[in-house]
Design a protein around this ligand. Structure first.
Ligand code: E4P
Length: 220
């Protein structure tokens, strides 16, 4: 499973890319708004220049024509741009138009298999089921990811599943277990994935044991 970062923060993205584990980025208007008063296009282009993979950026229009016009413009910003289109009826139609023009679409705000079914039929490159937000309302977000993966596999469809709205490492592991192609994770979750208290205790113990050897040999 590939790891994408779910952020618009340049520092965090640069760190993730330096680690060599971040294969893409997803942004949304809320994430961009957290970066303060920025030039949206410039920020996205900077992200695209740092990341060696797809960068998803969302349209704000709600009717088909506005979404398509926005998406065509956004698609010119960089070669690795993917346009996020919401999983509405209008979004499905816009996705069909854009897919025929080879513009990559990430069908976002997806909360059910039936939405994914239409997104895949329309030619979306990615579909993003929002796990955390489903869990928040007492539903099983990961079950939706699992159902979509199973459906796409069964019919051998090329659309890839991005497990989104990931809140903690367990979500990330569960996404891998059910076969999501990608998990898009907040920076904090990326850091949490590597942390383990036994690793820290182990390092400390090795260092102390080695210091004792050096002291015994009179080398300290
Ligand atoms: C995905 O592409 C979205 O940006 C994101 O995962 C939304 O997550 P949230 O529910 O934490 O806002």
């Amino acid at each position: 499973m590939k790891i994408f970062l779910d952020t618009a923060n340049i520092e965090h993205i640069s760190h993730g890319v330096r680690l060599g584990v971040v294969a893409g980025v997803t942004t949304n208007p809320s994430l961009v708004s957290r970066e303060g008063n920025v030039d949206y296009r410039k920020l996205v282009q900077e992200i695209c220049s740092i990341v060696p993979g797809p960068v998803s950026t969302e349209v704000l229009g709600q009717d088909v024509q506005t979404m398509v016009t926005e998406a065509r413009e956004i698609a010119k910003w960089a070669d690795n741009i993917v346009v996020k289109i919401p999983a509405t009826l209008e979004g499905v139609e816009a996705t069909s138009v854009l897919a025929k023009e080879n513009i990559k679409v990430n069908l976002t705000l997806c909360f059910a298999l039936n939405q994914a079914l239409l997104g895949a039929a329309a030619g979306a490159t990615f579909i993003s089921p929002f796990v955390g937000r489903l869990d928040d309302i007492g539903e099983d977000g990961m079950k939706v990811v699992s159902d979509i993966v199973e459906y796409l596999d069964y019919y051998q469809l090329p659309t890839q599943v991005i497990a989104a709205s990931i809140r903690h490492p367990q979500h990330c592991l569960a996404a891998a277990r059910v076969g999501a192609h990608i998990a898009t994770v907040p920076y904090e979750v990326l850091l949490q994935l590597i942390r383990h208290p036994l690793t820290d205790i182990g390092i400390e113990r090795f260092r102390n044991d080695w210091k004792r050897v050096m002291a015994r040999e009179g080398l300290l």
